[in-house]
Write a protein that binds this ligand. Structure first.
Ligand SMILES: Cc1ncc(COP(=O)(O)O)c(C=O)c1O
Length: 373
């Protein structure tokens, strides 16, 4: 379909080509190339952290972060059920137990009021995940973590350029992680980053990224790691993209504001919250929720939009509904009604940085027709 509007088209209109050419002309294409360190240093500085470790995905960043904090058998980690599977993989694989909380129906983030009641003597960490454009209300979570002596992992995969009360996301807790998948404000094609102020955690992540190779005894391994290395070419893209972060966030807000303007009078549609008292939405993706009064669900709406040439994506399927986890005996009889409703009735519209005003108008008109007819 020639006039199809994809859910995401990235924007690569800065120094990407120039820096990539430098990689090719210099022959530095592997993870040993100079752009990797440059990207790590500049990215860490941007979020006010001492150390950055660039890896091959946001998922890999979370895997390494969980392992580097020493989470393992017998530990419990509190996390939202409404998130991507990446958050839970290493918790489960390490032998630790994920303990879930439901979502807030307005911000779509984890319900911070449910955290304290989930704490036991085995709780080792809280994993915070910022969802779709607004950060989690961090102060209460950090206060609980501090009071109970818990580690904090901040998954800021979707939050480049966002802040919480003026402090950049990625600056909270023991370790924070990012993704650079092409639908993110900064893309490296595939990629991720771990940032921390803790030198030991950073060093551990570096070793975990590279199969736990240690310079002193090459090919003798004290621990098992992964190959999570990022190439110099990906990091070159990252450096160029980082230069345009503020512009990208501005563009995302323009996209979000235009959707808000065009859709706000549709009564049966819940739109993203514009702001809280600690942050203004950056609309990483522009999500909508069909209210109860609408007889069809997100799946059916997305299929109808698809027939009108408009791409969309479902909201996350909560962790307690994941067959892979249920088959392991996890989350038996657990219910999280808000997350279930988000999954059933929520989806997101085209939100990529290359989206044009006329495309937003077309998407909005099609959505209105679908809901009001
Ligand atoms: C909240 C969150 N965490 C982790 C990830 C995983 O990142 P990646 O796709 O780079 O592995 C994503 C991806 O979109 C995400 O949204």
């Amino acid at each position: 379909m020639s006039n199809f509007i994809p859910v995401n088209v990235p924007l690569l209109n800065g120094n990407e080509k120039k820096y990539l050419l430098e990689c090719i002309e210099s022959g530095w294409v592997s993870s040993e190339g100079p752009f990797v360190k440059e990207f790590e240093d500049k990215f860490a500085a941007k979020v006010g952290r001492k150390f950055g470790v660039a890896v091959s995905s946001g998922t890999g960043a979370l895997d390494a972060a969980v392992e580097a904090l020493g989470i393992g058998p017998g530990d419990e980690v509190i996390m939202p059920t409404f998130t991507i599977i990446s958050c839970i993989c290493q918790i489960v694989r390490s032998g630790a137990k994920p303990v879930l909380v439901d979502s807030d129906p307005i911000t779509w983030n984890m319900n911070v009021d449910q955290i304290e009641e989930k704490i036991t003597s085995k709780t080792k960490a809280i994993m915070i995940v910022h969802i779709y454009g607004l950060p989690v209300d961090l102060d209460p979570v950090l206060e609980i973590a501090d009071r109970f002596g818990l580690k904090v992992i901040e998954d800021a995969a979707e939050m480049h350029g966002q802040d919480y009360n003026g402090t950049p996301c990625g600056n909270f807790g023991d370790v924070s992680t990012f993704s650079f998948y092409p639908n993110k404000h900064i893309t490296t094609g595939e990629g991720g980053m771990i940032v921390t102020d803790n030198e030991e955690v950073a060093e551990n992540c570096r070793l975990l990224r590279n199969l736990y190779f240690e310079p002193a005894q090459r090919f003798v391994h004290r621990k098992l790691g992964w190959n999570l290395r990022i190439t110099n070419m990906q990091a070159a893209l990252g450096v160029a993209q980082l230069e345009n972060l503020e512009k990208s966030v501005k563009k995302k807000r323009e996209i979000g504001n235009l959707y808000n303007e065009l859709l706000s009078d549709i009564e049966n549609l819940q739109l993203p919250l514009v702001e809280t008292d600690y942050a203004e939405n950056i609309y990483w993706v522009y999500g909508v929720i069909l209210k109860e009064s609408i007889s069809f669900d997100a799946k059916s709406a997305m299929s109808q939009l698809g027939q009108s040439g408009i791409g969309s994506r479902p909201f996350f399927c909560p962790m307690h509904l994941q067959p892979a986890l249920i088959n392991m005996g996890l989350f038996e009889n657990e219910k999280y009604p808000t997350a279930e409703n988000l999954y059933k009735r929520g989806f997101y519209l085209p939100s990529g940085l290359a989206l044009t005003e006329s495309e937003i108008v077309r998407v909005s008109e099609s959505l209105r027709l679908l809901i009001e007819s």
